[in-house]
Each structure stands twice: as C-alpha cells, then as structure tokens.
Design a protein around this ligand. Structure first.
Ligand code: HEM
Length: 541
C-alpha cells in the first residue's frame, strides 16, 4: 500500500497505527495530568474515561456515586470520554450552582451538547437548552401556562377522571389474586394524565397495559376499548420512551461511537426513528389545535390545556389567566418552539411522577402505621366525595409522605450545571464550560443534612417548609432541584400526586406480593421503579 507516495508493508502499517495510537493515548493523559485543580477520582481509561463504570453500573449509577462519595468525600471528578464532570454536594458549590440570581454564571445544564443537535433539542425548549436567552423566553411561557389557576384546577379533574378509568379496568379484569406490576400501572396512568393535560388529547396507555395483563375479556367489556386508538397510543408511547432514553445515549456517547461501533449504531438509528415518529405526531396535534382555535366562533371559551395556552399566548385569543406576565416577550411562539416545550413537559412530567407514586406504594406497604395515618387524613378530609382543588392544602400528612419518599428514593438523582464564564468556586478559579453534577441522594441520605437519614420517618416533614430552611438546610431536600432552573412543574406534580394517593388509599388495598423482596429500580437520568409486583383489592377496613 502507498501512503503519500511511500510504499508500506503490513508490518509498517502496524507500527504506524501503533505509533498513532500511542500518541493519542499520550495526548489523552497529557490533558488529564495537566488539568486545572485535579480532584480525586478512579484512574480513567484512555478515550473512554469512566464510561465503562457507567455501563457496569447502568442499573444503578447512584450506587456507584455513593461509593465514590464514601471514598473521596464531597467533591470528586469523573471522566466521560475526554470530558471532566465534577460531582459535588458541598454547600459552597451549591450556593453558586443553584443561585437564584439572574446574573448567575450557572444557568445552563450542559455547555455544548453536540449529540443533542441531532435529537432536535439543542438550543430549544428548557431542559437541555444551553442558550440562556432562548431558555428564558421558553421558561416564561412554560411557567405561565403550567401555573395558571385554571390549569392547576383542571389537573385535579383530569387526574380523577384518568384514575376512574384505571379503576374500571381493575374492577372488570383483576381478581384478588391477580399479580400485576404497579410500576407499569403508575407509568401508564401518568402518561394518560400528563398527555391530556399538556395536549388536550387522550392517550390509552392504561387501557393498553390492562389488555396485556388481562387478555381474556368478554366481548361486552372489550367494547369499551377501541383497538386502533390503543395501537396508536402504544406506538406513540414506545417512540416517546425510546426518545427519552436517547437523550442519555446521545449525551454520553460521542458521534464516532454511535455511528461506527456495532450495537451502538443500531441503537442510534432506533432513537432517530423514534424521534421522527414523535415529532410528526406532536406536529399534527399542534396543527390540528391551531386550526380549531383559529376557526370561528372566536368568542367561545377555550379549554386550559398547556398546548392551547402556548398557541394563544401573546395573540388576541390569549387566556386571561396567562396574561400580564409577558412584558418582556411579546411575540407568539412558533410551532417548533411549542413542539419542544410539549415534549419536555411530557419528558419532565411522566417518569418522575410515576416513579414517586410507585415508591409510595412500596414504602407504605412496609409501613402500615403510616398508611393508616394517611387514610385517617383522607377519611377526615375527603371521605366519599370527589376531591376539590381547595382540599389539597389540607392534606399535610399526604404531602409529608410524598416528600419523605422522595427524600429516601430521589427520582432525579443528578442536577447538572455548567459555567458560562470562568469563576472562582470552591476556592479555585475554574474555566468557562466546567461541568458539575449535584448528587442528590448524597445529600438526602447524609447525616450532615438529616437526623437518622436512613430511617423512613414521615414526621420529619410535618411543619417542614422548604422556603424557610436556612443555611445548609436549604439544600436538604432537592426533590425539585434549585435556583432559576428549579422544576417548573412542581405545583402540578404535587397536585397530581396528592390526588393519586387519595384515590388509591381511599378505596383500594395494594399489597406487595413479596414483602421481603428489595425495591427494584434503575437509575439513569431518573430513578425508575421496576417489577413492583402487587395484588389490587377493594379496601376492606
Ligand atoms: C414528582 C414529579 C417531579 C419531579 C421529582 C421533578 C423534578 C425535577 C428536577 C429535579 C428538575 C431539575 C431542576 C434543576 O436543575 O434545578 C426538573 C426540571 C424540570 N421539570 Fe420537573 N419534576 C417533576 C414533575 C414535573 C412535571 C409534572 C413537569 C411538567 C409537566 C416537569 C417539567 C420540568 C421541566 C420542563 C424542567 C426543566 C426546567 C428548566 O430547565 O428550566 N416536571 N424537574
């Protein structure tokens, strides 16, 4: 073979490749050893850094981070390929990373998520938007829509309606001994609620799961379900799941790995295919709703789902609830802006809520005294009637249960930030683009923040007010993150979760099939409950 006119044999090629490889390895370690302020860490492998550890611990990456924290303390680093990420739970870091100031240098999660361009979320929406001015624009609309009083009230109604549909499935298809996976029920139910709240469109995720666990229904019961609707809903749900999984995959693995390494290449294609299915479906829904809003009669009261609020914002049809906050931003949103916001609302809202709900079922099965006290509050406050929006502030024990479960089983274990400018942090001047991950289980299960942190104790949240927490205590519960990028869906999520707990414990006994089995969960971007096998029966006390 000739390269640049020089004839090379196999041996020469081998020596050349080896030399190039050694030079590249040398380059990798040169960067590693000459890095600013080295922090403790396991020794990284060339090119991949600690990515293998991520793969080895792919079912519970937080377990690995607990070990690193025990070994290295409250600040350490990990290498994802040739990129360094600083993991921390140190207060002086959090003061900066979660600063509520609009001048904060830490308003982005990822500095330059190259892989995310292909997934269509780069510089758009909220969650992965690194363009601060565009993020502010979208956040304003998102917050306005999701905190509108009518929207929050509708959350109570939609949650009850979706739960009632699920109960119908339980009544017709499950007997006292049927074993089903509660993590699937909670996931399907959260999908149905959030999809309807966000787009105004119905999905059939619960019915779809029900038909897989109860296939032998008689023809009368089957008439409730439209097979075509269920098929479409399940395709959309699958595409959505694959796309969400893809965010992690496209962020972690560089393009050359995704395009050329077998196994990775197929996953890459599958995720892009899912992206196209999801985008086309959401675009159709946006266009259809735009047509409905634009066609007469114009004086008709519009419903309060998020899509309607986003389409009408800053137009002559904007809904009174959401007017008045947009002095800074006076133009309407484009369909592309709306598409990403909708997908992010689904992405941010489904898994998180579903997993908290599943974890509550697990912990209350292990703590019958807490379940009884919760039931007492539900019976005293709501009894046999429907839930109203006004009831929710009275459910203080219920809120304490949700917070204690979220403390002990953090659904969002990592809060990411990257600096937009160089900054003095932790006593060291660090360059712009330095990445940080706050490891929330490291705080939630830490003696410096909580008394007997390993103990499940709901009472610690009675009279606990996040806003009133001082000094380091203000970071003790990181359920919603913090600073200006704190979860904008938290009010909606709390309403939904309180309704779900009331509706479940008011009328049903959900028992774990094996009380001795450990709680199974998988940790990637969020912590997801798995294989939560239960029996579901009408309440008997
Ligand atoms: C129990 C349920 C939920 C939990 C535990 C949760 C948790 C979180 C956390 C920890 C963050 C990161 C905050 C930070 O970086 O400081 C976040 C961000 C976000 N969440 Fe939630 N969330 C939940 C429900 C929801 C819901 C229902 C929605 C919308 C429908 C939502 C939408 C979002 C969005 C859009 C962001 C990104 C905000 C931004 O970057 O500006 N979340 N959430």
């Amino acid at each position: 073979m000739k390269i640049l006119g020089i004839s090379l044999g196999i041996y020469d090629l081998f020596v050349l490749s080896l030399t190039l490889l050694i030079i590249r390895i040398f380059g990798y370690y040169y960067k590693y050893y000459t890095r600013q302020d080295p922090l403790p860490a396991p020794f990284p492998l060339p090119f991949v850094g600690h990515l293998f550890d991520h793969l080895i611990y792919s079912n519970d990456f937080s377990e690995y981070c607990h070990r690193l924290q025990d070994k290295y303390g409250d600040v350490y680093e990990q290498w994802f390929g040739s990129e360094r990420i600083i993991f921390t739970i140190r207060i002086e870091y959090m003061d900066k990373l979660l600063s509520p100031s609009t001048k904060s240098k830490y308003l982005v999660r990822l500095p330059d998520p190259e892989g995310l361009k292909e997934l269509g979320v780069f510089g758009k929406g909220l969650i992965l938007n690194h363009d601060v001015s565009n993020w502010k624009f979208n956040r304003q609309f998102f917050t306005q829509a999701i905190s509108a009083p009518n929207f929050l009230k509708e959350t109570v109604n939609y949650t009850q309606a979706a739960f009632n549909e699920m109960e119908e499935c339980w009544k017709i298809g499950l007997d006292d001994n049927t074993i089903t996976d509660f993590s699937e029920w909670s996931h399907s139910l959260a999908t149905d609620i959030i999809f309807q709240m966000i787009t105004g469109k119905k999905t059939w995720a619960t019915a779809s799961y029900f038909l897989t666990v109860s296939p032998g229904l008689n023809s009368v019961d089957m008439q409730r379900f439209n097979k075509e609707d269920i098929k479409q809903s399940s395709e959309l749900s699958k595409a959505f799941q694959t796309y969400i999984m893809g965010l992690d995959f496209f962020t972690l693995f560089p393009k050359w790995v995704r395009l050329y390494i077998p196994g990775f290449r197929e996953t890459h294609k599958k995720i892009l295919n899912a992206r196209d299915i999801l985008f086309n479906r959401i675009d159709d829904i946006i266009k259809e709703r735009r047509r409905e809003i634009e066609s007469p009669p114009k004086n008709e009261k519009l419903r309060s789902d998020m899509l309607t609020l986003l389409i009408t914002a800053n137009t002559d049809r904007s809904i009174p609830d959401t007017q008045g906050n947009t002095q800074e931003y006076t133009k309407p949103l484009t369909d592309e802006d709306i598409r990403v916001i909708i997908i992010e609302a689904l992405g941010g809202g489904v898994d998180t809520t579903a997993n908290v709900f599943s974890f509550v079922i697990y912990y209350l099965a292990h703590h019958p005294e807490v379940k009884n006290q919760l039931r007492q509050e539900i019976d005293d406050t709501i009894n046999d009637r429907s839930i109203t929006y006004e009831d929710l502030s009275l459910l203080t024990y219920c809120e304490a249960v949700i917070k204690e479960v979220s403390r002990i089983m953090a659904t969002s274990p990592f809060i990411g930030r990257a600096s937009s400018e160089s900054d003095l942090i932790g006593g060291v001047e660090r360059e712009a683009g330095t990445r940080y991950l706050i490891f929330t289980p490291g705080i939630h299960l830490n003696k410096d923040f909580w008394v007997e942190p390993e103990k499940f104790n709901v009472d610690r949240f009675i009279n606990f007010n996040e806003q009133e927490q001082q000094n380091e205590k203000k970071y003790s519960l990181m359920m919603w993150g913090g600073g200006l990028r704190q979860c904008p869906g938290r009010k909606m999520a709390m309403i939904e979760l309180k309704c779900l707990l009331v509706l479940t414990f008011k009328n049903w006994d959900i028992d774990l099939v094996d009380l001795n089995a450990p709680l199974k969960s998988e940790v990637n971007l969020v912590r997801s409950a798995k294989d939560l096998n239960v029996t579901i029966k009408p309440r008997n006390n």
